[in-house]
Design a protein around this ligand. Sequence first.
Ligand code: CP
Length: 310
Amino acid sequence: MGEQAQFSTKHLIGIKYVTTKDIELIFHTADEFKEVINRPIKRVPTLRDVTIANIFFENSTRTRISFELAEKRLSADVINFSASSSSVSKGETLLDTVNNILSMKVDMVVIRHPAAGVPVYLANRVSANIINAGDGTHEHPTQALLDAYSLIEKLGPLSGKKIAIIGDILHSRVALSNIFCLNKLGARVRVCGPPTLIPKHIASLGVEVSHDVESTLRWCDAANVLRIQLERQEIPYLPSLREYAQYYGINAAMLDRIDKPILLMHPGPINRGVELSSDAADSKQSIILQQVENGVAIRMAVLYLLANRN
Ligand code: CP
């Protein structure tokens, strides 16, 4: 890498805890790695002596594969741990599990866990760098970084840009990390969804609130559409997904009606026909697969900057 970059923290726990300078440094570094992964030979020796454990206690497609590819493109040694096939099922604690993995000379841990607070719990107890790959309903920092990076690629600097986050805000770690990230980059943020799925005091985070999807689409430059997270809902927050799709689902006819070129985003996995119809998800306005593509460069940048800090 061209410059001696310095990240301000040892861990990536959440966007709340990083500076705007850190975010800009990640984006600048990701630009360089994006150039690398578009070469015929996509690998650099940057993390050749670093061992990284991907510890996933929750299902994942994009984040797990993206981290693993990022690590391999940086020439790190990679181990993948999945809770379902481990000794966790025999009663081993989280900390014992992680300490056993670390005793095999592992330098960095990428962790996804259904409980909010697990990454910070580990960061306070182990010496390895901890990277949050999603903790319960708390934060998903690399998702917010790749979302903002993808927006900047399309819209330029985000200062003053209007970004809507639409859907199940209450149960979404993507929403919270996006709010922190977009606020730090100077964007205007509006959350939109049914009243039962919007946290009561969310305006205190500096966002606008709406329950009207069509007027929100008319207002924004880009809409980040979220899934209804039924797996995190212990009580019903909606009469049915069918009713949600009717009142809050986005389709191509609605995009045509607003008569304005907005970007459409989604962190995945999409529930087609619920929050997004296929004709909207696959429309020219959709940058969903570009978000996934950018995830590798963003995660390479995060891993590189954290390793470089030691
Ligand atoms: N965006 C996201 O976190 O997707 P996965 O659950 O597939 O990793």
